[in-house]
Ligand binder design. Sequence first.
Ligand code: ADP
Ligand code: MG
Length: 726
Amino acid sequence: MSSLRFQVLKDAMNRKPLFPEEKIRRSEIFGSNVFNQNAMRQSLAKDAYKSVLSAIDHGTKIDRKMANQIAAGMKDWAIAKGATHYTHWFQPLTGGTAEKHDAFFEPIEGGGAIELFGGNQLAQQEPDASSFPSGGIRNTFEARGYTAWDPSSPAFIYGTTLCIPTIFVSYTGEALDYKTPLLRSLAVVDKAASQVAKYFDKEATKVHATLGWEQEYFLIDKALASSRPDLVLAGRTLLGHSPAKGQQLDDHYFGSIPERAMAYMRDLEIECMKLGIPVKTRHNEVAPNQFELAPIFEEANLAVDHNSLLMDIMGKVGNRHNLKVLFHEKPFAGINGSGKHNNWSLATNKGVNLLSPGSTPQKNLQFLTFFVNTIKAVARYEELLRASIATAGNDHRLGANEAPPAIVSVFIGSQLTAVLEELISPKKDSTEDESGGVLDVVSKIPEILLDNTDRNRTSPFAFTGNKFEFRAVGSSANCSSPMTVLNMIVAKQLQDFHASVEKLKKGKDLSKDDAILEVLKDYIKSSKHVLFEGDGYSKEWEKEAKKRGLSNNKTTPSALKAKVSKEAIALFEEMEVMNKVEVEARHEIELEAYTMKIQIEGRVLGDIARNHVIPTAIKYQNRLIENVQRLKDIFEDDFQKIAKEQMELIKDISRHIAEINSKVTAMIDERKKANKLESSEKKADLYCNKVKPYFEEIRYHCDKLELMVDDEEWPLVKYRELLFTR
Ligand code: ADP
Ligand code: MG
């Protein structure tokens, strides 16, 4: 067997699970490394503590004096826990998290040293922004960017570093990160939803979005993964023949968790507990070596930070266990990819989930208001929502019969469908009493008892009992992108709703409840086209959706256009989530990221095909040729008949080699053409439509050769080895 492949397989198979010592009660360590309200109460003077709380709850500013006090308390707390450094922790548009560590240590005159960390260091830093993507916002001569403390997400200690969650903006104030627009969208949805929530509860003064993500991932032995250039450089396999057994037996989903994976999960969960990430669920996913992790939902900003932090920790804990964590949306062809369901809802300061159907008609009117408005928002802005999850990786999943299609529709289940029907066309007798007068309509809203089994896994945006579940989000995504758009479009919708209700109340002199119902009825009728209960994977739905006018943007470059349409920019600006410069810069960055991903994949594939696959095939072919020649020596007369199969094989191999060679050359030519283009939009289009199609073709021939060439000679770790070694 090829020596490297043999070596790494042996390593992988000999590995033992590394269970962490776990005598600790998880409830005791939960949040122990977080500067949460408990820690603050103990470490801060009353004034300082109150000013942080007020910043969290009402977004008030913290003055310099208070910032100094808070910093001092935070520093003492962190140093007592063994921290030596601090960092502003942020989420630039590269997709990962960023940190630059500074020591607390500061030398003083006379040779000694003190630990220094004041309000200035806490509140603001100026990292050099020139190496982070800015989409052209920042001219190269103005490299400065600012990170600024976000008090709504608590500081935490990871390793020996105090991490302070921050936003990241350019010198001129434009957002250069994921968090800034998210915070703005949370503010605007708070304002719009509170105004509407007040119709039902005068004391509802604040509404926050809640998010519970479900993170899917693959675990692959590190040695095996490191031996494959495609996994190392592109995060996914670019070739590899399907194993005889894949996921067809469905024996992995919810199956017993393999020991090494279990050891990893336990270690990871302990880290999460310390950091206050409330992870709750773990299980095997559909594909071999695929798993899922889900926390209890939290306020959306915190949940986003926790997901970004988690993804970082997952990789680090993986290293300890000799496992590589794959977050790519489609690491293996023919095997399910990974997603990240975003469960979303709205909750008031009184702890009421606004998407939770109640047992009284009045509560149900509140539920229906937020339910129908969310549906209407999605109906209006489905294309923008699709754009918010567009990446090169996610293009492989959407519409590939394992994840929702690229068409955004809403599933609500048969019971709620019936409720909405009943609302717009009530049976006659139910709205009139015997005397012919109109009854209080609200009392006619049926009791809604939801049957949770009513689920449709093929829907990208499904109502699941007391929340909406956005299922089309990719596993490697930063949840901010979809959450920012969702909050914003719901906010816009609720603003419009409020205005319409007020107008009806005044204009038609309707009661509040009647006005609300009237507007809702109108919304139900005008958003019907986005509701779909059938099989989202089917061809018929594609046709039907087209008739209904729903978008179906299958590739990232085409999907992203919706983000920079005139209407989208106007909406982002009106809702003060992003200005035109920010929207366009982001679009630029996303296109560039797309192009670079495809470019890297193309290079890696070309390299593997020419430098690994072809030489191996030739080596094997030479063995065949030698064999044929020997046969000729022995069986002079019968030789043609006896060596027939070998000679066919030699020809086949030559044919595949020739195909690979010419296709790699053609792909490189297309890449060169694309690289010459100035416009990043056109460049991404070419990479999508001219370069990428070669991947499948080149792969086809490489995979054929994998089946022909002696297993001992094949240099790349095979699918069955990647997926079934554990
Ligand atoms: P599934 O069946 O899709 O795996 P679950 O019903 O177990 O999902 O819930 C998935 C996620 O939904 C969990 O992370 C949970 O915390 C989250 N969730 C539950 N209620 C809410 C809510 N009100 N807002 C946001 N997320 C929620
Ligand atoms: Mg789910």
